[in-house]
Write a protein that binds this ligand. Structure first.
Ligand code: GLC
Length: 535
C-alpha cells in the first residue's frame, strides 16, 4: 500500500481509553496500558488506532469536554507517555489517530473563563453569547443534544451562552477567525508530534445560523423519545458555511502530508446520505477537498436483513463522488454494541460484511470478541446522557465497559476496581479464551483481516451486487482477473446457492462457521446464518 493511500485500504480500530487497559491500578485505562497492548493490535491485523479524547478534562462528558487541547490528562499519563506511544506504534507500522473536539470546549477551559469574565473581554466573541429573549428566557428554541435548552444564562454578565451538548461544554464560535486560527494550531501541535490524523467530533455542528432562527418542530417526534428530537436541527447543523470551513481545515492537515505520510481527517457526521457525501467536499473541478472519510454509520441504524443491507450498500456506492474513499462502521462509544443489537451469530456475519465491503472499516474495541452491552444499575450510571434523561435507554455506559482480556479478577484490564463494572460473562468471553478457541469470533476476525490484507480484490477491488434469493446477501469483489464472491445467509434456514453464482474452480476461502475450506460444487448450500468468501 502506498503511503498516500493507507486510509483507503487500512483498518481503523477505536480505543475508548478509559476502558482499554489500566497500567497503574486506578481502575481507569491509560496510555501506558495502550502501549502494553500494541502487540495484540498487531496480531489482530489492524492498521490504525483511533483513541477517544485523552486531554485534560473535568470529565463531565468523559473527555469530550476539554480544558486544554495541548496536554494529556494525568489520568491517562503524560506527554512523554504519549510520545512513547507514538514511537512504539510507528515501530510496529501502526498509525495513530486522535480525537479532535472542535465544536465545544470545557467550561473550565481558560478561553471560556476569559470569555465569560465580561461582555467586553477580547475573547467574548470566541463563544456564542446572546441577550435573553424579551421575557428573560433563552434567546431561541435550540435544544441541547443531551436534553434541555441549548442555552445557559451567565448571571454575572446577563447573557446566555450556547451549548449543543452539556452546559459544561460551551460551543466555540467558528465564524471568529481567531478561534479558527487557535484551533488549527491545535491540529499542528499534534501533527508535529507525529499523529496520522484526526477523528473530528460532531463536525456538522460547527457553524450555527448567523441569525439564530428557531429550529422547526419535528412532526415525527414521539413522546418518550430523546427530547432533542422535538425539533429538526435545521439552523444548528450542516449549514452551508460548513463546506468552505472543512476545506480550510483539510488544508491545515494536508500541509503535513508528504510521500512518507498521508494525514487523514475522519468526520463524525450523523446525516442523511446525500448530505453525508457532501463532506467529501467535491469542488467544481472534481477535486475532493473535504474530509477523506465522512464516517458512514448506516450499518448502525440498519435492520439486519439481506435486502435492506443490500440496498444500503448499493445506494452508498451510487452516491459516492468519483475518487471518494468509502468507509463502514459497525459501532462506537455512542451506540449499542453490534452483538447486542443483532446477537452473536449475526455479529459474525456483520464482521464478514464489514471486512469484505469496499471501503475503510472501523472496528470498535471489544466487538472483535463479541462483547455485549452491560446493564448498569441506576446508582452506577456515569454517562450524563442517561442522567439527564433517565430510563429512555439513551445511556452509553453499557457499550463503554472495560475490555475483557482474561478470566482473572479485573479481566486483565485492571489490578484495581474498574471505573465501570465488567460484563458478567468476562470469565469466559475474553481475549485469552478466544485466542485458544479456533471457533471463536476473535479468531474469525483475525482470519478475515488476514484474508483482506492478502487479497487485493478485497481491499481495493470494485464492488458488484449479485442476486441470490431473499435471505442471502451476495456480491463480488473484483480486481483484474481475480473475482471473489461473498455470500451471507441472513436467514435461519439453509440456503442453496444458484450454480451460476459459484466461480468455476473456486474454494471456500473463509466461512464464518468453520475453518476447513470445502470444495465449491453444484448444490453448494449455506447453513443458517453462515457467511462465506469464495474464490
Ligand atoms: C460526539 C461524541 C460523543 C460526545 C459528543 C459531544 O458525538 O462521540 O461521545 O458526547 O460528541 O462531544
Amino acid at each position: 500500500m502506498s503511503a498516500d493511500a493507507w486510509w483507503r485500504n487500512g483498518i481503523v480500530y477505536q480505543i475508548y481509553p478509559r476502558s482499554f487497559q489500566d497500567s497503574d491500578g486506578d481502575g481507569i485505562g491509560d496510555l501506558r496500558g495502550i502501549r502494553e497492548r500494541l502487540d495484540y493490535l498487531v496480531g489482530l491485523g489492524i492498521d490504525a488506532v483511533w483513541i477517544s479524547p485523552i486531554y485534560p478534562s473535568p470529565m463531565a462528558d468523559f473527555g469530550y469536554d476539554i480544558a486544554d487541547y495541548e496536554a494529556i490528562d494525568p489520568r491517562f499519563g503524560s506527554l512523554a507517555d504519549f510520545d512513547a506511544l507514538v514511537a512504539q506504534a510507528k515501530a510496529r507500522g501502526l498509525k495513530l489517530i486522535l480525537d479532535y473536539v472542535p465544536n465545544h470546549t470545557s467550561d473550565r477551559h481558560p478561553w471560556f473563563l476569559e470569555s465569560r469574565s465580561s461582555r467586553s473581554d477580547p475573547k467574548r466573541d470566541w463563544y456564542l453569547w446572546r441577550d435573553p429573549a424579551p421575557d428573560g428566557g433563552p434567546p431561541n428554541n435550540w435544544l441541547s443534544n443531551f436534553g434541555g435548552p441549548a442555552w445557559t444564562l451567565d448571571e454575572a454578565t446577563g447573557q446566555y451562552y450556547c451549548h449543543s451538548f452539556l452546559k459544561e461544554q460551551p460551543d466555540l464560535n467558528w465564524r471568529n477567525s481567531e478561534v479558527r486560527a487557535a484551533m488549527y494550531e491545535v491540529l499542528r501541535f499534534w501533527l508535529r508530534r507525529g499523529v496520522d490524523g484526526f477523528r473530528v467530533d460532531v463536525l456538522y455542528h460547527l457553524i450555527k445560523d448567523d441569525q439564530f432562527r428557531d429550529n422547526p418542530v419535528n412532526p415525527a417526534y414521539q413522546p418518550g423519545e430523546d427530547e432533542s428530537h422535538r425539533l429538526l436541527p435545521l439552523y444548528t447543523t450542516d449549514r452551508p458555511e460548513m463546506q468552505p470551513l472543512v476545506a480550510e481545515m483539510r488544508r491545515v492537515v494536508d500541509a503535513f502530508s508528504d510521500t512518507d505520510s498521508s494525514r487523514v481527517l475522519i468526520g463524525e457526521l450523523y446525516l442523511p446520505l446525500d448530505r453525508l457525501v457532501a463532506y467529501y467536499g467535491r469542488n467544481a473541478e472534481g477535486v475532493l477537498q473535504g474530509v477523506q472519510l465522512p464516517f458512514n454509520f448506516q450499518l448502525i441504524a440498519a435492520h439486519w436483513q439481506a435486502a435492506e443491507i443490500g440496498r444500503i450498500v448499493r445506494d452508498y456506492e451510487a452516491a459516492l463522488p468519483a475518487g471518494a474513499a468509502p468507509n463502514w462502521v459497525l459501532g462506537n462509544h455512542d451506540k449499542p454494541r453490534i452483538a447486542s443489537r443483532i446477537g452473536e451469530p449475526r455479529a459474525r456475519l456483520a464482521a464478514l460484511l464489514l471486512l469484505s465491503l469496499r471501503g475503510t472499516p472501523t472496528l470498535y474495541y471489544g466487538d472483535e470478541i463479541g462483547m455485549t452491552d452491560v446493564p448498569i444499575p441506576p446508582d452506577e450510571v456515569q454517562d450524563p446522557f442517561e442522567k439527564n434523561q433517565p430510563g429512555k435507554g439513551l445511556g452509553r455506559d453499557p457499550q463503554r465497559t472495560p475490555m475483557q482480556w482474561s478470566g482473572e479478577a479485573g479481566a486483565g484490564f485492571t489490578a484495581g476496581r474498574p471505573w465501570l463494572r465488567l460484563a458478567a460473562d468476562f470469565t469466559h468471553r475474553n481475549v485469552a479464551a478466544q485466542q485458544a478457541d479456533p471457533a471463536s469470533i476473535l479468531r474469525l476476525y483475525q482470519r478475515l483481516i488476514a484474508l483482506r490484507r492478502r487479497e487485493p480484490a478485497l481491499h481495493e477491488g470494485h464492488y458488484e451486487a449479485l442476486e441470490a434469493g431473499t435471505d442471502v446477501l451476495a456480491y463480488a469483489r473484483v480486481q483484474d482477473d481475480r473475482r471473489l464472491v461473498v455470500l451471507m445467509n441472513f436467514g435461519t434456514a439453509a440456503a442453496p446457492i444458484p450454480a451460476q453464482l459459484l466461480p468455476a474452480g473456486a474454494t471456500v476461502l473463509l466461512s464464518t462457521r468453520t475453518e476447513d475450506a470445502a470444495p465449491v460444487a453444484p448444490g453448494f448450500t449455506l447453513q443458517p446464518l453462515e457467511g462465506v468468501i469464495l474464490g
